[in-house]
Design a protein around this ligand. Structure first.
Ligand code: HEM
Length: 164
């Protein structure tokens, strides 16, 4: 057997992904949901941002669960594609069948990403979705807002997750 060497350094991310590397890894935490038409609710959540250095893409998977019972709630997955012009494009498929194309910008110093929907597919009620992420002191927080056929753009979700 080969003698055990020093622990391998994680490979450097793809140059286009590097400015967004503050997102990479697995996060777990809790969130709360609101909207004028529904009863407020709390949820547990896990998010994984993963990446292979040969591709300029971050894979994104998210799942949520009921805090009381652990039963699954909403889940979604997709791809974050940082563009050479400094913008970012995100495609997401939700477990409800809704699909999103989001575009936006990021700030590497502030560790923020802001996205707004360019396209929403297969949605009966949702007209617009915005997503704003921020990493502060190693914690990931986000706010998701939506506009529906009956209500203007306003918060539906906010959550705070720790890296695990
Ligand atoms: C309700 C959209 C994420 C849980 C709703 C409604 C819409 C919606 C359109 C109905 C509002 C109305 O009838 O006026 C979305 C979109 C999401 C999202 C676009 C992501 C961008 C989530 C997540 C959870 C969740 C992550 C759970 C963790 C709920 C619950 C309700 C609801 C519990 C109320 C009951 C129900 O309609 O099932 N959502 N949602 N949603 N959403 Fe979301």
């Amino acid at each position: 057997m080969e003698p055990a060497g020093p622990p391998a350094q994680p490979p450097a991310p793809h140059p286009l992904v590097a400015p967004l590397s503050f997102l990479l890894g697995k996060w777990r935490g809790e969130g709360e949901g609101t909207f004028p038409t529904i009863a407020p609710f709390r949820y547990g959540e896990e998010i994984l941002f993963s990446h292979h250095p040969s591709k300029p893409v971050i894979s994104y998977t998210q799942r949520t669960w009921k805090t009381a019972s652990g039963d699954p709630m909403h889940a979604e997955s997709g791809y974050w594609r940082p563009r050479p012009d400094g913008s970012v494009e995100v495609v997401i498929a939700q477990s409800t069948g809704l699909t999103e194309v989001q575009t936006g910008s990021y700030d590497t110093e502030k560790k923020t990403v802001t996205l707004q929907s360019e396209l929403i597919g297969n949605a009966s009620k949702v007209k617009q979705i915005t997503r704003a992420f921020q990493v502060v002191d190693g914690e990931l927080s986000y706010i998701v807002q939506m506009a529906t056929i009956t209500n203007s753009l306003q918060p539906h979700l906010k959550a705070l997750l720790k890296r695990i």
